[in-house]
Every structure is written in C-alpha cells, then in structure tokens.
Design a protein around this ligand. Structure first.
Ligand code: FA5
Length: 350
C-alpha cells in the first residue's frame, strides 16, 4: 500500500479514537471526506502519475474512502447510543410496572355480572344472542302485542329517530326475531328454543336511585311443547342462587305485560337495607328485578309458532339492578358515571 495512504489512515484512526461527541465527529468527516478533505486531496495529487500508477493508486484511495466512511458511520451509531444513555440517566426514575398496576383498565361491573349470567344460562343449554340497540316499532311493540295507542306504551317512552326507528326500551324487542330464527329447528327437528339476549335499553325516564335512562336488561325465552310455569320458576331460582351464591328472599306476584299471560313480577328483598326500606328500593324493602310470564299466544303467532302446539316462558331481568344488589351499590347512577375510582373496585382477574 502507498506510504501516503498508510500514514493518512493511521492519522485518521488516531483522531477518530479521540473524538468524543457527534459534532467533533462531523469535523473529522469534513476533514477527511469533504471537498477539501485529506482523502480528496490524495486524488488531486495523481496528475503526475503514469496511467498504470494512477489506476493502482486510485483503487487504493477509493478503498480508503470507503473504509473511512464506514468507520465514521460506526462511530456515529456508537456516539448516538452513548448520548441517549446519558439523556436517560438524567431522567427522573420511572417504574413502568407501578404505572401499569395503577392505571390498568377494568371490566365494568355490568359486564362482569352479564358474563356470569351468560355462563349460568349456557350451562343450562341456552344460546346467547346479540341484538341491535336501534329497532323498529314492530319489534319493540307491535310484535309484542302492544298495538299503536296501547296504554302500555306510556310506560316506555323512548328516543325516536327521524326514520321512525327507536332506541329499544326493552330486550323483549328481540323476541320476534329469535322465534323466527329458531322456529324451523323447533318445528322440524323438535329442538326447543332456549335463548338469552342481554342488551342496553333506553327510556325517557326521570332518574332516581333505582331508575336510569340507559340501563341493561337480559331477556330469556324458552319455547317447546308442554313448557309450564314450573319450568319458569325453576330457571329463575337457579339463576338467582348461582348469581348470589346465597339464599335470598324472593316474591312472585301478578304483573301485567301485554306479551305474557299470565305475567308476574319477581322481586327480591332489597340487599342494601335488608328489607327495611331505603331510596334504592323506593322505601318498599323490595326491588323489582325480573318480570316474567308465559309467552302470550299472539306473540308466538307473530313469531311463526303455533300456540296450540307450543308454549313458552319469557323473562326480562333488570341486569343493572342485579349489579346494584350483588355489589351493594346504593345508587344506579354510579354505574353510568364513568368514575374510575368506584368502578375499578370490581376488577377481577379475568
Ligand atoms: C320490561 O321491560 C319487560 N320487557 C320485561 C319482561 C320480559 C316481562 C319478558 C315479561 C316477560 P319492565 O319495564 O318492568 O319490564 O323492566 C324490567 C326490569 O328492568 C325491571 O324489573 C327493572 O329491573 C329493570 N328496569 C326497568 N326500567 C329501568 C330503569 N329505568 N332503570 C333501571 N332498570 C330498569
């Protein structure tokens, strides 16, 4: 190798090893590879050489140029890494695991209880159905034996869209579609209809400790030959004992809903006040939780099912109220508040 090149290479290595920061490195780069840099200068001195010498020398200079560029690139990466480390060392101490523990999201208590109910009903052979929050008047009322101008509509005023659709007031709005979905399997193959459908409901409601304008219900239906009130009571009891895992006081009393006959109100003794009476139960000691009844023949007919051959029960569990009772939440409005402090108390390990 040419003596000049060897010397220049050594000088470059020497200067590079002494360079401690990126701006110093830039100066070295310009000093060697810049227009007026030492490596470029070597090429300028080639004029006096013969053709053969030029070729050999030029090749060596180009190799040196490549080597210098590569060494500068490596040193740049090395210095950048060092600068980053120095920056991190100056930052205040920061424990990532602590942040994750405190700020991690949690399941909403309604989701937790809904999943629990789904697990219970699935284990008893029910399917879980999803349904729209925006429904037609037919789905929410007419198919449920509530014609236009029926006084039962007054209890369930809701939010109407300009196209005549509405935000569903009750999960019962899915009943008609569920009957139509499964009636062929029922009639042709003898498979009973057993379905639950949880969902959000909306009502134009004056809110208080046990009423919200947006709340969750979970509907359940079972249709087959010879279904009776005994079947209804059995499933209601199973669900409540599984959810609460303890004996709770329940009462069944007559209730009117145009889509069941007979109809019942299923109330539970208020678990907030132990039945003494408080704002959560409107001072009655009881909370309306899960109205139910035998599906009205007109409703079965609207779903394409012959009421002379098949009977069934339906229930409309107030899921949000169930959550209140299960967790001792005194005011239903806390559940929609989005207050992370209160909601995160119910985090489980799911
Ligand atoms: C109904 O909505 C019927 N669709 C239930 C039903 C289904 C009856 C099938 C028969 C057969 P009701 O309006 O009572 O019924 O509401 C049912 C439950 O939802 C109530 O018992 C209560 O637990 C809950 N609920 C009703 N309105 C509200 C509200 N504004 N805020 C919170 N929970 C409510």
């Amino acid at each position: 190798m040419d003596e000049k090149i060897i010397k220049l290479k050594q000088k470059f290595e020497d200067e590079l090893s002494k360079t401690e920061n990126l701006s110093g490195l830039e100066e070295v780069r310009v000093a060697y590879l810049g227009k007026k840099g030492s490596v470029t200068d070597l090429l300028k001195g080639m004029k006096a050489l013969s053709h053969e010498e030029k070729k050999a020398f030029g090749q060596q200079v180009n190799e040196l140029k490549g080597e210098v560029a590569q060494r500068i690139a490596d040193k740049t990466a090395e210095l950048k890494e060092k600068e980053l480390e120095a920056e991190i060392a100056l930052m205040p101490e920061f424990d990532l695991s602590v942040l994750l523990k405190d700020d991690r999201g949690s399941y909403h208590p309604i989701t937790l209880v809904q999943r629990e109910c789904e697990r219970i009903f699935k284990s008893m052979g029910f399917t879980v159905e999803d349904y729209s929050e925006i429904v037609t008047d037919y789905e929410c009322f007419e198919s449920l034996n509530i014609p236009k101008h029926h006084p039962a509509r007054d209890m369930q005023d809701t939010y109407y869209l300009e196209n005549g659709q509405l935000l569903k007031t009750q999960t019962s709005a899915a009943q008609n579609a569920i009957y139509k979905k499964y009636r062929d399997a029922l009639v042709n193959d003898g498979v009973p209809i057993k379905a639950i459908f949880p969902g959000r409901c909306f009502r134009n409601e004056a809110t208080d400790a046990c009423h919200e304008n947006t709340f969750f219900q979970m509907e359940g239906v079972m249709v087959d030959k010879n279904i009776s009130i005994s079947n209804l009571i059995y499933f209601m009891k199973m669900m409540l004992s599984e959810v609460f895992q303890t004996d709770i006081k329940v009462r069944l009393r007559p209730g009117f809903f145009p889509f069941v006959e007979p109809g019942f109100e299923l109330d539970i003794s208020c678990l907030i006040c132990g039945g003494e009476g408080c704002p959560s139960c409107k001072h009655s000691g009881w909370l309306e939780l899960c109205p139910c009844g035998m599906i009205h023949p007109e409703v079965l007919k609207a779903g394409g099912i012959d009421p002379d051959e098949y009977t069934g029960f339906a229930f409309g569990l107030g899921l949000t109220r169930l959550v209140m009772m299960k967790y001792g939440i005194k005011d239903i409005r806390d559940l929609n508040s989005g207050g992370l402090k209160s909601l995160s108390q119910f985090t489980d390990d799911e």
